[in-house]
Design a protein around this ligand. Structure first.
Ligand code: ADP
Ligand code: MG
Length: 685
């Protein structure tokens, strides 16, 4: 056969500019396409040898990738089954070309939705080349070697050549925009990304060694891939350390995973892989996008959103399935029945694994819980099925580092922590050190306190309360102990309403911005603290959730508000009350008497006006009422001033407030050092 020329069977006159233009951002994938074609050709030959059709020597099947910087060529060589000129005509001129064309026709309008993986195959080489040559010799007896060449127009030439070895060399003459692919490091990077686990050895350059103080090339190929990766092997043949090793190869520098799941399904879909549970820290984002997706050991992507549920993207590892359609958009993927099946299979496997460990080795499970809970909670909150599956193994830890399942915990606290409304109250803290005194107070009552300190806990609590209407969560600092779990015991207050009113300005005197503190008196046991600062459970939860995002930003913008709860029966409070009455008594009783008098006058006037319409009231009476109100306000102000002044002079009040702030971890900086100084002074007295 001499040189032949012909036209490639395409309908659109010139598809190469389209290929280049639309797939530009993905143009590096040409290398994966060509190397995987070489792998296919080699595997087909192996299959022929196995069936006995091919009787020759298989020999060295290494696929070699090489660069010639001078000639600006990149060559992919295999010793696979090769092609005859008829096969080139059929598979390259007609089928491959028209399938590339079909592909473009089909996705013309939504080309940007296409991941761009697969579908273009061999012709993706034109994204980076001005000319492509195929040098090939078929495995069949007496086959003649041929060279096909094409410069990116629909015209090609095909001619006989001399080629000693069976197999195919694809020679790319790189175009002027593709300089990068003459760089060794760039090509090696691509091979590592896309071809790292292909099933046939791939050589790129030669191994080097030290000889006479120089690095010199040896005759041995430098193999860039692991052709028998762990997920393709039988679990029974593998040891735990094989999994550990593989993990550190996939994620160098990452701390060791906790455990793994080997996936292996052939029916009704094909899925293999190994998933790892990483130790999750509180920052989600650096954890994500670690799962790598392969199709028959060819790397496809490392962002698996849409293929597995969102929370599963926190896991690490490898998934390999030829049944996931790859050349479609992510939104399409979500609706694909195979993807759905695969996704629910993975979810179930993951849940089963967790349940297994819980059942067989609870101690280990508890040890790992802190690193595991973020994943489990995230899954439980976002996937109802997963929630149901993990109900019985999700753990709750108390301040003494003991672990309980939900049911176990409920049974533990049921008797002691049921309030008068018949709700079982789960007490919790988000910080054992900061809330030490609150926890201690609860413990003194024989209550148990959970530690809930991850960023998802606010959502988790909401979820648990909705599902279990017989329980309620309360953070230890959200109320005083009597109100946290309300029992039927009632304490009488030793302060009258009037005394309480007088004491409000006395306590408020010590806040520079008293807007956000509400002073409140509760009759409690004498043994309880004189002052406690609490923060409404509802407001705090809303603010916590706002911080995480999720449409509560209104609450996030509000200032924090606190309750300053004063124990109306505490001896120190009663002492302050006595002093207050004593010190300012004359002046105060005068003002109070006047206010009382004004109140009486006002009441009398109001009775007079009760059934009258606005216009029937004489102007004189209206003026009188205004006058009374103004006077009364002025007196109230005066009274408050006296009490505030008294309060300001009370070191003990300041001291008690600071102690309460301190117990909440809210006393810092300057006020803290003043507190220390004042404490010393009070001791010296
Ligand atoms: P696909 O790989 O999906 O079949 P491609 O466009 O990548 O599509 O390749 C088209 C066809 O060209 C292949 O099916 C194969 O028959 C042939 N081919 C490509 N590369 C080689 C090769 N290195 N050795 C033998 N045949 C090849
Ligand atoms: Mg291909």
């Amino acid at each position: 056969m001499s040189i032949q020329t012909g036209k490639i069977g395409v309908t659109t006159e010139n598809i190469f500019p389209i290929i280049k233009k639309f797939l530009y951002s993905e143009h590096e994938i040409f290398l994966r396409e060509l190397v995987s074609n070489a792998v296919d050709a080699t595997q087909k030959l192996k299959a022929l040898a196995q069936s006995g059709e091919f009787k020759g020597e298989l020999g060295d099947l290494t696929i070699r990738v090489s660069i010639d910087k001078e000639k600006r060529t990149l060559t992919i060589s295999d010793s696979g089954l090769g092609m005859t000129s008829e096969e080139i005509d059929k598979y390259i001129n007609q089928i491959a070309f028209s399938s590339a064309n079909d592909f473009l026709e089909k996705y013309k309008d939504k080309i940007e939705n296409i991941i761009g993986h697969f579908g273009l195959g061999f012709y993706s080489s034109f994204m980076v080349s001005e000319k492509v040559e195929i040098h090939t010799k078929s495995w069949q007896d007496g086959a003649k070697a041929v060279k096909w060449s094409c410069d990116g127009s629909p015209d090609f030439t095909i001619e006989d050549i001399e080629k000693e070895n069976r197999g195919t060399d694809i020679v790319l003459h790189l175009d002027k925009d593709s300089d990068e692919f003459t760089e060794e490091s760039r090509v090696e990077g691509l091979l590592n990304r896309y071809c790292r686990f292909l099933p046939i050895p791939i050589g790129f350059g030669k191994e080097k060694e030290w000889k006479d103080n120089n690095m010199v090339e040896t005759g041995k190929d430098k193999i860039i891939n692991d052709s028998n990766p762990i997920w393709k092997r039988t679990p029974a043949d593998l040891k735990e350390e094989d999994y550990t090793q593989f993990y550190s190869k996939l994620y160098p520098g990452q701390s060791e995973a906790m455990f793994n799941i080997h996936l292996n399904v052939d029916y009704p879909f094909n899925l293999t892989g190994v998933l790892y549970f990483p130790r999750l820290k509180n920052n989600f984002d650096i954890q994500r996008n670690k799962i790598q997706l392969y199709s028959n050991q060819v790397f496809v992507t490392d962002s698996v959103e849409g293929i597995v549920p969102e929370y599963m993207t926190l896991l690490h590892g490898v998934l390999d399935s030829p049944d996931i359609p790859l050349n479609v958009s992510r939104s399409y993927l979500q609706g694909d029945p195979n993807v759905k099946k695969i996704s629910s299979h993975i979810t179930k496997k993951v849940a089963d694994k967790l349940k297994d460990i819980f059942k067989n080795d609870r101690e280990q499970f508890e040890k790992k819980w802190d690193d595991l809970k973020l994943f489990v909670h995230y899954g439980m909150l976002s996937d109802e099925k997963f929630n149901e599956r993990l109900q019985e193994v999700a753990l709750y830890k108390n301040v003494d580092n003991k672990f309980f399942t939900f049911e176990e915990y409920k049974n533990l606290v049921k008797e002691n922590q049921t309030d008068k409304h018949n709700k079982i109250v789960f007490l919790y803290t988000h910080n054992k050190d900061e809330q030490y005194s609150f926890i201690q107070t609860a413990k003194n009552r024989g209550y148990d306190v959970l530690v809930l300190n991850s960023q998802l806990d606010a959502h988790l609590i909401q979820n648990l309360e909705t599902k279990n209407t017989d329980i309620r969560f309360a953070r230890v600092d959200s109320e005083t102990i009597d109100k946290l779990i309300e029992k039927d015991v009632v304490y009488e207050s030793k302060l009258s309403k009037d005394e309480e009113n007088d004491l409000i300005p006395v306590f408020k005197a010590h806040f520079t911005n008293n807007d956000y503190y509400i002073v409140d008196f509760h009759p409690m046991s004498e043994a309880e603290l004189p002052i406690t600062i609490t923060q409404s459970e509802f407001m705090r939860r809303m603010k916590d959730m706002a911080e995480l995002g999720g449409g509560m930003s209104f609450y996030g913008d509000l200032p924090s508000s606190y309750n300053l709860v004063v124990n109306a029966n505490h001896p120190l409070v009663l002492q302050i009350n006595n002093e207050c009455k004593h010190v300012a008594s004359d002046e105060l009783s005068k003002i109070k008497a006047e206010i009382k008098d004004l109140d009486n006058q006002k009441e009398a006037l109001e009775i007079l006006q009760k059934d009258k319409k606005e216009e029937e009231i004489p102007q004189e009476e209206k003026d009188k009422l205004d006058e009374i109100n103004t006077k009364s306000e002025a007196l109230e102000k005066q009274k408050e001033e006296i009490l505030t002044n008294f309060g300001k002079g009370q070191k003990i009040v300041k001291q008690l407030i600071d102690l309460a702030l301190l117990a909440n971890g809210m006393l810092k900086g300057e006020p803290l050092s003043q507190f220390v100084k004042r404490s010393v002074e009070l001791i010296e007295k």
